[in-house]
Design a protein around this ligand. Structure first.
Ligand SMILES: [Zn+2]
Ligand SMILES: [Zn+2]
Length: 476
């Protein structure tokens, strides 16, 4: 066919370059509930109708691992995925080189320039990247249920990925970390992720029972971190955020009446160290070196001195200190617990004495009443490390762990029995239709085909096949 107007075609081809993947708009940009990069990739995969594993294995792996053009990842997406996440999927949302590579890859694929705000990269010069992100998935079932009810996009906020945040600032409840169906924890980013469901058993997380309320100071901490994410995800340029050296200097001037020349005397450093509950030599080290402490330390300073973290960190007034982050902007405005309402001496990790009676009371409640929880979670709710509780209450903590072990084993057994019943019904029905009930045939009809990988269940099916064969030969 003769082209009558070749110029038209040429001119219509000009325009912005097409991106390889959809340039999906990230959720919650400029709010404390900004989406995480891993959550974004999961949604991107869903949009392309593939699993996150396939998307990562085929598109991200060559870019992230620097093997562009040398390895055909299409032949083995699972190998590509494993190579890309390098056994540390939590670092993708962090502030290190891994996060930087993933942001670069995602930006190249979607041609979006605002993806850095979905990670902790804007805070790379301020916080240590070590232990910044949690290694197990956490979620707020109420947020997920509310989102579904209001027909909003379900996604995983960056707040849920951070180790320093253990409660939902919107609902004030402790974040859940264990699936109530399969009783297992999961990695923060997996091959078969789907937003809001357990990657192991596909149980929707919003159906989990409502978790207990978090302590007000934990809620306040979650708000403080949310305020930082609000600033960084808005692309407001966190280059003016202060390193610890400057934060400590500012605190010295503000709280210990330092001299006007800005020099710190060892007396003032010691006084500040006492106030915020760290070792004076540690604080001295912070003021002298380019050191990046963990986010928890900044939260400790903010909570003890009762100054919002964003205000502590902002060097210039070009960014207004965020006093009331817009966490509730999507629902209703909810205020954080006021500093004045929090008990004194909070955040002192080293000096807060253990209230033995209170701790014992909590442990006994968890041992005799309520749902069985792992010691790690009980310790989180008491606000003490498991090791401290183990050292102070060896028998009680052992009993809690034992109770949870028995509970988990009983739940697993009960579930196994239900699966066995289902398999038996399916196998007999298949046999009735003249189909031999192989594992593959049975797997096609059950909700979770992976169950057939459990040795006890596979053994049960083999036994069933033997019984069917025996009855058949008896009849003949
Ligand atoms: Zn929530
Ligand atoms: Zn599960």
């Amino acid at each position: 066919m003769e082209d009558k107007n070749p110029e038209y075609w040429e001119s219509s081809c000009e325009g912005p370059p097409a991106s390889r993947l959809f340039g999906l708009q990230p959720e919650g940009l400029g709010t404390p509930q900004v989406e995480s990069l891993t959550g974004y990739i999961v949604r991107l995969a869903r949009l392309h109708r593939v699993s996150p594993g396939v998307l990562v294995g085929q598109e991200f792996a060559p870019r992230v691992t620097g093997t562009m053009g040398t390895i055909d990842c299409k032949r083995s997406t699972s190998r590509g995925f494993n190579r890309a996440i390098a056994r540390a999927p939590w670092t993708i949302d962090g502030s290190g080189t891994t996060a930087r590579k993933w942001v670069a890859a995602a930006s190249a694929l979607t041609l979006r320039q605002d993806l850095e705000g979905l990670t902790m990269l804007p805070w790379a010069t301020v916080f240590s990247e070590k232990s910044l992100c949690r290694r197990t998935r956490a979620w707020c079932p109420i947020c997920l249920a509310d989102g579904l009810e209001a027909s909003r996009v379900v996604y995983e906020p960056l707040l849920w990925k951070l180790a320093a945040v253990n409660c939902c600032p919107l609902h004030g409840v402790v974040l859940s970390t264990q699936c109530t169906e399969c009783l297992r924890q999961s990695s923060p980013f997996t091959y078969r992720d789907a937003a809001g469901t357990c990657p192991r058993c596909r149980h929707p997380f919003h159906l989990s029972p409502s978790p207990p309320r978090a302590e007000p100071w934990r809620q306040r901490q979650a708000w403080e971190v949310g305020a930082l994410l609000e600033v960084s995800s808005a692309g407001a340029g966190t280059a003016c955020a202060l390193p610890i050296k400057e934060v400590v200097k500012a605190c010295l001037v503000r709280f210990t009446g330092n001299n006007t020349r800005g020099r710190q005397s060892s007396g003032n450093v010691a006084a500040l160290a006492r106030m915020i509950g760290v070792n004076p030599s540690t604080l001295w080290w912070w003021t002298r070196n380019d050191y990046k402490p963990a986010l928890e330390y900044f939260l400790q300073i903010s909570l003890t001195l009762r100054v919002p973290l964003a205000e502590l960190l902002m060097a210039t007034r070009t960014i207004q200190p965020v006093h009331s982050p817009r966490i509730g902007s999507m629902d209703q405005m909810i205020s954080p617990p006021a500093f004045a309402s929090l008990p004194a001496g909070l955040g002192h990790r080293t000096r807060r004495p253990l209230d033995r009676e209170e701790a014992r009371r909590h442990l006994e409640i968890h041992l005799y009443d309520g749902p069985s929880l792992p010691l790690q979670e009980v310790a989180g709710r008491i606000g003490r490390p498991p090791a401290t509780l183990r050292a102070n209450f060896p028998e009680l903590t052992r009993a809690i762990s034992e109770r949870h072990r028995c509970y988990t084993a009983a739940r697993r057994k009960a579930r196994e029995n239900v699966v066995k019943e289902t398999i038996k019904a399916i196998a007999l029905a298949l046999h009735g239709q003249g189909i031999w009930p192989t594992a593959w045939q049975v797997a096609r009809h059950i909700k979770q085909p992976n169950d057939l990988r459990i040795p006890a269940i596979l053994g049960f099916l083999n036994e069933l096949q033997r019984q069917i064969k025996a009855t058949e030969s008896d009849r003949q």
